[in-house]
Design a protein around this ligand. Structure first.
Ligand SMILES: [Zn+2]
Length: 308
């Protein structure tokens, strides 16, 4: 059995998958915000409760915001800021008396879809979360790509490539720079673009609904969004050449993206043709917990071998 836990800013979700990926149990608790010890205890209690319910033991994988610094073992880049600077993996291993694998939540999303979702069977997968923010994760041969800085796939804070005059220097980003891909492709980014064009304050899903209802300004904003996504993904294709790009997050529900963006991205991809597929997720919101569970692939050792 594989236990996957998705540590979010407002809730912690847990799932138990059987050997074939079938769901054996699900649980969810509110995140003890601003309480690190409480967060560790809540995750451990969820895993124990699932084991009690299923009367089985499981491997434990955890999807987190941010990342574990390979150099220090401490959490970094978390918008749940009470985790930053804390040795979360070590503390979870102590609480659960077993090895625990941690990965960024975008990596878990990509791993879930690469394992038994929209990109099942594909060799190189780029998973993108376009929601409140914009993140990404890379899976190669069924394993998340980990680099020395634990930032592989963090594409949202690159600048928008091939900017037009109106896209430069772009809006300020919370990371301290301006014109980041996230400021264009997140849901709030679409809403901001619409507001700048029309003066109307609205939400991204309202812009999408208005565009499908024939609203000219909303349609123009969504068309700009599609061009920007095509440019931003073309830069990924030129570096990584993935077999599949899977979208997640709120903007992944905009079905026209899957036809429009591949129609556009060829203008910036350095190739005579583009066979990469852009697809919607299969597991949707469940990809975070499922990918966390899959951090322990079949055949991986799960006993505590004191190699930490
Ligand atoms: Zn940024």
């Amino acid at each position: 059995m594989r236990i996957g836990i998705d540590l979010g800013g407002t809730k912690i979700e847990a799932i138990a998958l059987g050997g074939g990926g079938e769901v054996r149990a699900r649980r969810r608790v509110p995140t003890p915000r601003d309480d690190y010890d409480g967060t560790v205890a809540a995750i451990a209690a969820l895993a124990r409760a699932i084991e009690a319910e299923t009367q089985a033991t499981g491997t434990v994988g955890v999807g987190t915001p941010g990342a574990t610094s390979p150099a220090s073992g401490l959490m970094k880049n978390c918008n749940s800021t009470w985790l930053n600077g804390r040795p979360l993996r070590v503390d979870l291993e102590a609480a659960l008396a077993r090895p625990v694998r941690l990965a960024n939540d975008a990596n878990c999303f990509a791993l879930s879809e690469a394992t038994d979702g929209a990109a099942a069977g594909a060799r190189v997968v780029f998973g993108v979360i376009v929601g409140t923010g914009t993140g990404g994760g890379i899976v190669v041969d069924g394993r998340p790509l980990d680099g020395p800085n634990a930032i592989a796939g963090e594409w949202g804070h690159n600048p928008l490539p091939w900017p037009e005059a109106a896209e430069w220097p772009g809006a300020p980003c919370y990371c301290g720079r301006s014109g980041c891909i996230e400021t264009f492709l997140s849901g709030p980014g679409l809403a901001r673009d619409y507001r700048e064009a029309t003066g109307c304050e609205t939400r991204a899903d309202d812009v999408v609904a208005a565009a499908s209802g024939g609203d000219v300004a909303a349609e123009a904003a969504l068309a700009r969004y599609e061009h920007r996504m095509a440019k931003a993904l073309a830069a990924i294709l030129n570096v990584l050449d993935p077999d599949v790009v899977v979208l997640g997050g709120g903007m992944s529900n905009v079905s026209r993206l899957y036809a429009q963006v591949p129609r556009l991205w060829g203008a910036w991809v350095f190739s005579d043709r583009v066979d990469t597929r852009l697809v919607p997720p299969v597991h949707g919101d469940a990809s975070g917990v499922r990918g966390a569970a899959w951090l322990w692939p079949a055949g991986a050792p799960s006993t505590f071998t004191a190699s930490v």
